[in-house]
Structures are given as structure tokens and as C-alpha cells.
Design a protein around this ligand. Sequence first.
Ligand code: MSP
Length: 637
Amino acid sequence: MPRYYTITTPIYYVNSIPHIGTALTTFASDVTSRYQKLRGQKTFFMTGTDENATKVFETAKKLGKDPQKYVDDIAEEWKNIWKGLCIEYDDFIRTTEPRHKKAAEEFFKILKEKGYIYEGIYEGWYDVSSETFYKESELVDGKSPEGNPVQKIQEKNWFFKLSAFEKPLLDHIQKNPDFIIPEARKNEVVSFIKQGLRDVSMSRTNPGWGIPIPGETDRVFYVWFEALINYLTASDWPNGNWDEKWPAEVQWMGKDILTRFHATLWPAMLIGAELPLPKHLVGHGWMLMGGEKISKSKGNVIAPLDLAKHLIDVSGCSHELAIDAIRHYMGSTMPYENDTVFTNEDFEKRYNSDLANDLGNALNRTLAMCHKFVDGKIPSSPIEREAEYAVQKAKKEFENAMDRFRIDHAVHAYMELVRFLNKYIDQRAPWALAKNSDPALGAVIRSMLFVLRSVEGLLRAVQPATGDAISDQLKLEPLHDWSKIGEPEIVPEGHALGEPKPLFPRIDIQKKTMNKTETSKPTDEIQENDFLDIADFAKIRLRVALVQHAEPVENSDKLLRLEVSLGDEKRQVVAGIRSSYEPDDIIGKKVVMVTNLKPAKIRGQMSYGMLLVSADSEGKLAIVTPEKEMPEGATVR
Ligand code: MSP
């Protein structure tokens, strides 16, 4: 058994820099690695660049650059971008490195000795874009099945006897039901193999770039054949301790390179060389934009770091947290059987709802209430069973999801715990417990902190900077030990907490849209007789009021009962704002109130006024407040 839990990404062609689609595979691998590290596993996470491809060589030529200089420079760019996305790999393998040349040569020698390699003439088509050989019968309208142009080639090549591996491959897939994930793709692989495998070229005529076949100058390795060996190179094969790292526990990739390459050619090569097969191959779906796969050739790429810059512009969040927001988005929308569609609108909406609202409120309310009700110190009280149960449930769900490499389900598990925390606060209403000097207050506050602290631990693999920001505000050591999540010791009694600071400022989507529309164009359809006379308007008395107390109205999830001060008098108002405001969000705010509305009884409570509130098209509410500090009772006109 290898000593390391090895995780691989495909190695990327360096004819361009990463976009949000390619980042998806690397991100998934990073989450897997971080999670295993939290669990105490020694991990080995490798990624790198596929540099010997013809298309890489052609790109360098087009740019008028020396190919080696070109790949050296761009490999650095890739490393920097991964660093910017908080990707914590252990090895970055480049296929132009001498260690890789050595491994490819050795692998070739072994297969040759075992009789799996022979010379022959290849006649057919070649798609440079996907670096794939195609038979005439596979072409669609004169193009490759992916729709790329193809070149007719006739070459004297080395062939790999792939056809000899149909049965061993099918046997392995059958005996190891989790070898190929997800199930639907496993079925595709099985039918691909059952259609019959033909021997494949494993060399190409030397274009002046690539790893020469040992002892030859006129031929180089076919790039896919040699690229797949990178996983062995990075594991130190063929040197002494390679079996500490190989076989990999999981090899992540997109669906396009699963069937033909990673689930057929690669395991056949390994079986041929009598080397162990990876434990799991996960082929995820694509990220689409405008109905097409995001890819350089389609010209619809979004660079992840540009997306981060955009988010910082529209929300004002920090760089680290903008990166986390992208990671959160990729995790929660991670495609498996299907593809997912990226839109900026969805990205911003998810940021607002999951991070600014749900997570932001949970953190802010918990810390604010600790300061308000228990002097900012963790009370010496037991944790309530309900909170313990919710944490254990989320932890188990996260673990089960990661056992199946379902990052989307893992994100869902911690977001559900965040939502539980918000509901728990509403239901246990610490403000009411404090008001009535209820002895349960300490247990409720410690339970809130316990859930928040567990969220910090659970989200770390996906959102490492958010985890640090939460532990920072709690003034506790970062929770890096998975086994501690759910243990009461993570919220030590008597510990003094830091002040709450907002992490993910809300994006004002309404304001953004307004900025884009022409302000001179009349938008409201106001009829002549809809106009108000100024005297009519003057009948409405508007005044500034200070909200001194707020609590949910019993049996209603929409209403809050407020106690407000107009300076010279206090009033009770029932406001239908709970969809956007929890009691603690509004206590202490100055609002604008209609003071001469006929009193009304709402859900058994008298209301002596009405708050002014603006609403967006999704029903999100924002209360109207004076733009500057104004005294309680000031008039509004
Ligand atoms: N160089 C080969 C891999 C060799 S591995 C021995 C290659 N490189 S690639 O740069 O074209 O693609 C690398 C990975 O990025 C693949 O897993 C591919 O599926 C993934 N993606 C590229 N565009 C993508 C999307 N739009 N969406 C999701 N994944 C995408 O293939």
C-alpha cells in the first residue's frame, strides 16, 4: 500500500493559461487533498504541464518564440495562477524535465521487452487540437468528432498492442465497481471497450519537438502516450520508493479525456508494464458558457483571477475571500453526470445568498450576540443536544460526500449547517432569553459558537481563507484537525472572542443594473390621474425612528414586532421584513416610519406605524434609513 494518498490532475497543455473550466479539475483535486490532510493523511497532490504537444510547439512558433523558452515562461504563469487560487500542490511536473524523459524511455523499454510494442505504418487522420488519431470512419463532415480540423497522415510508427487488453480492462472494471466514477461514464467506457480496441500509434514523426524514441532521432513519442506516464514520473518511478506514492488514490479529469485515454489507454499501459492501476478515476462534466464548453478555441474563456478582480470591484471583499467565493462557486456547482453553465449573474447571486447572507449573518449574529449578552466570552455551559446533532449530521454528510468525490454535496453539507445555525438563533432567540434572564442563555450562546466553529472546520478544504478569517474573529487557533470537529473543546469555556467583521459584503445587484440603464428614459407608466397633489403627500407624516427592540411574531415567519423610539414617544410596530432581516440585524437602526397610519391588529399584535422599505424584483428588502445621523423623531418630507 502506498504511504501517500495520491491525487492527480491531468497535466495541462500550455498553449494558453488556465480558465475557469480548467481550474475546475485542479480545484477538485485541491479540495480532495486539503480534506485528506485535515483527516491526518499524508497526501501527495501532483499537477503540471503537458509541454511536448504539437499544438504547444505550433503556438510557440506562431508567437515567434523559442519553444523551450516559451514553455519555461508559461509554466511559471500556470504556477502563479494556481498559487493565486490557493492551490496547494506537492509536485508540479513538466514533461520537458529530464526526470520525465527518463521515465518515458524506461516505460517504452519495458513494454518493448514484454512484446507489447511493434513497428507498423499508420495511415489515417490526426486532430492537433485534441492530439488524437482518428480513423476515416470516425470523422464527422471531414472533421474530428470534436469538430476540429484534421490532417491526413501516413507515418512509420511504433504501435502499442491496445487490442490485447480488452478483456483485462473489462475484468478490472467489473471487479472494481468504483474504478470509474460516475456510474454513467463507467457505462460509456465499457461500451467503448466492447466495440473493440485497436492498436494505437505511440510514436510520431519528429517535428523538431518532443521526446525522441530511445536510440532514434526521426521519431518522438506520441504526446498522449508519454503524457500519461507523467503520473509515474512524479511518483518517482522507476526509482526506489515510487510505490510510496503510486498507485494514485484518485485521478481527477474532465469527461473528454476519460474514455479513450485515462480509462482505456492508461490502464492498458499499466497492465502491460505490470504496474498497479489507480484506485479511482473521476471524470467530471464541463463548465459551459453560452451553450458551449469554455475553451480557448471557442474564445469564451474567463480567467479565474479576472473573475476575482470583478468580484472585488462589485462587492468590496478582500482578495483572499474573492478567491474563496470562486472556490465556493466551483464547489457548489461542480458538474458530474451533467455539465453546468457559468453565468456571471448566477455567480453573483450565489455569492449574495450563500456567503453574504447565510454565512455572513451566521457569523455576524453569533459574535455580536456573544458580545451583547455574555460579555464576549464563551459561557461555561453545556452544548445543547440539537446543536451537537446538527454538527454530527453535517460532518457525516460531508465525509460521505467526499468518499464519493461529490464536492457539490460536501459544500451542501456545510451550507446546511450554516442555515441550521441561523434557524437555531431565530428559534432560541437569545435576545428574549437575555431579557427574561433565562438560565438557558449561556448554553444557547455556547451552542451557537460550537456550530460556527464546526462550520469553520468543515469549510476549510473548499474555502481555506474563510476558515482562517472565522478563526481569526473567534481569536482561536485555526481548526485543522478533522477529528476535533464536533468536540466541545473547540469552544473553550471562558475564552474571549474577537469582534465581528463582515467578510462578504453584499453585491448590490439592483444598483448594478440601474447603473447600466439609461437614466433619462421614463420607466414608470404613470397615468395623469395617478399624480398626487403636494397637499395629499403632506398628509403622510414621516419621521425617523430608532429601533430599540425586535423579535419574531409568534407563528409567523414574515413578521417582526418592533419597539421604536420617536424621541418623545415609544411605539410598537409590526413589520413584514423577516425575509430579509432578523431581529439582531435591525436593533439599533434608524428607520423611516409613517406615523399617522390607522392602527391595525396584525397576528394579535397592534401596529402603530409602518416602516418604509424598498424591495427588489426577487423580493429582497432593504429598509429606508436617513443618509446622515439624524435625531429620533426628525421629520421626513
Ligand atoms: N494535456 C491533456 C491531458 C493530459 S493528462 C495525461 C489535456 N489538457 S487540457 O489542457 O486540454 O485539459 C485539461 C483538463 O481540463 C481536462 O480534464 C479537461 O476536461 C479540463 N477542461 C478543459 N475545459 C473545461 C471546461 N470548460 N470545463 C471543465 N473541464 C474542462 O487534455
